[in-house]
Design a protein around this ligand. Structure first.
Ligand code: NAP
Ligand code: ZN
Ligand code: ZN
Length: 347
């Protein structure tokens, strides 16, 4: 095991503080990465504060990781020292179940290993995320990053990018699709950019009046302030597809009313409280409500290549490692434009 500098939480009620973690010894298929930048996902906050009730402490969050390969094991074929590489939300899976064979490792029937808060399959202990100096993973779970894109702004593609890309692809969003993106934060702003690049007509649904100009700059054709009844009336029964990225508890039924017949609302936002949806809100209009978890490794690579081709990166606010608690407080106020990324040289 090797001692590694990191930042993490010791409990749900204490701030993110400096920690030393133990990383496992590298194996022949491992790629070792010096982390340059790590995005700050709202899931980091949900996890650090144990809002989903599943956190094992201490926890080192961070699953939007980009950096430079410092060493590779003897069996590694995809990477060499000096390459730019990325790690997203998962670092291992069984590779053998139907989902893994289909490239849907995030739905591994035997349990995927999360980049943080997971357990290494070799029994070497808990996984720790990207709020740290370095990380290592099997080459199958390491992504190639284009050198065409600005590195810091690429980090959020590893979670916010793939989490929005995957459902947009799965539900075949494209030219002629009326898409509503609910919530303009890290996921939401990537959802707007990617859906626009796919050719869809995109409307931003936001509870923050101050975000209208930004939503349009990001490519949304329309902006609807969800607290304004007159504006909501304009889009009742309008959308084919709603991508719900809201992190806080909210009423799904309100937004189901914005779907047209056969429309689908995909929840990627993961508030802690369970929701109640009466069957009649789905029956009338043959509507669906669905969920989607990040994306598999092949699709994550496809998304990175798509973003390189379309010149899509995240709009970021670069922060120092010691600003992380302030960044969390701002996430809770919907005050992020539109992803915090930690400059890991400040660790
Ligand atoms: P974020 O940057 O904090 O953005 C969340 C947005 O939700 C806010 O900017 C805000 O947009 C809206 N919002 C917040 N509080 C609200 C409230 N009280 N009422 C209405 N809208 C509110 O978070 P994120 O990193 O994008 O993550 C969003 C959610 O997705 C989190 O729950 C996260 O855990 C989850 N997530 C899921 C997956 C997955 O695989 N399914 C992957 C990553 C993240 P407006 O100001 O525009 O209203
Ligand atoms: Zn995330
Ligand atoms: Zn599997």
């Amino acid at each position: 095991m090797s001692a590694t500098k990191a930042y993490g939480a010791q409990s749900a009620t204490t701030p993110i503080v400096p920690l030393t973690i133990e990383r496992r010894e590298p194996k022949p298929h491992d790629v070792q990465i010096e982390i340059k930048y790590c995005g700050v996902c709202h899931s980091d906050l949900h996890t650090a504060r144990n809002e989903w009730g599943m956190t094992v402490f201490p926890i080192v969050p961070g699953h939007e990781i980009v950096g430079v390969v410092t060493a590779v094991g003897s069996h590694v074929k995809k990477f060499k020292a000096g390459d730019i590489a990325g790690i997203g939300c998962l670092v291992d899976s069984c590779r053998d179940c139907d989902n893994c064979k289909d490239g849907l490792e995030q739905y591994c029937s035997n349990g995927m290993v999360g980049t943080y808060g997971g357990m290494e399959k070799d029994g070497s202990g808990a996984t720790h995320g990207g709020y740290s100096k370095s990380i290592l993973a099997h080459e199958d779970f390491v992504l190639r990053i284009s050198d065409k894109l600005e590195l810091a702004a690429t980090a959020p593609l590893l979670c916010a990018g793939i989490t929005t890309y995957s459902p947009l692809r799965h539900w075949k969003v494209g030219k002629g699709t009326r898409v509503g993106v609910l919530g303009l934060g890290g996921l939401g702003h990537m959802g707007v950019k990617i859906a626009v690049a796919m050719g869809a007509e995109v409307t931003m649904l936001s509870h923050s009046p101050s975000k209208e100009a930004d939503a349009k700059r990001l490519g949304a054709q329309k902006f609807i302030l969800t607290s304004d009844a007159a504006q909501i009336k304009e889009v009742m029964g309008y959308f084919d597809f709603i991508l719900d990225t809201v992190s806080a508890d909210h009423d799904y039924n309100f937004y189901l009313g914005l779907l047209r017949t056969s429309g689908v609302m995909v929840c990627v936002g993961a508030p802690a409280a369970p929701a109640t949806v009466p069957a009649f809100n789905l029956i009338f209009g043959r509507k669906s409500i669905a969920g989607s978890l990040i994306g598999g490794i092949p699709e994550t690579q496809e998304m990175l290549d798509f973003c390189a081709e379309h010149n899509i990166v995240s709009d970021i606010e670069l922060i120092r490692m010691d600003q992380i608690n302030e960044a969390y407080d701002r996430l809770l106020k919907s005050d992020v434009k539109y992803r915090f990324v930690i400059d890991m040289s400040t660790l």
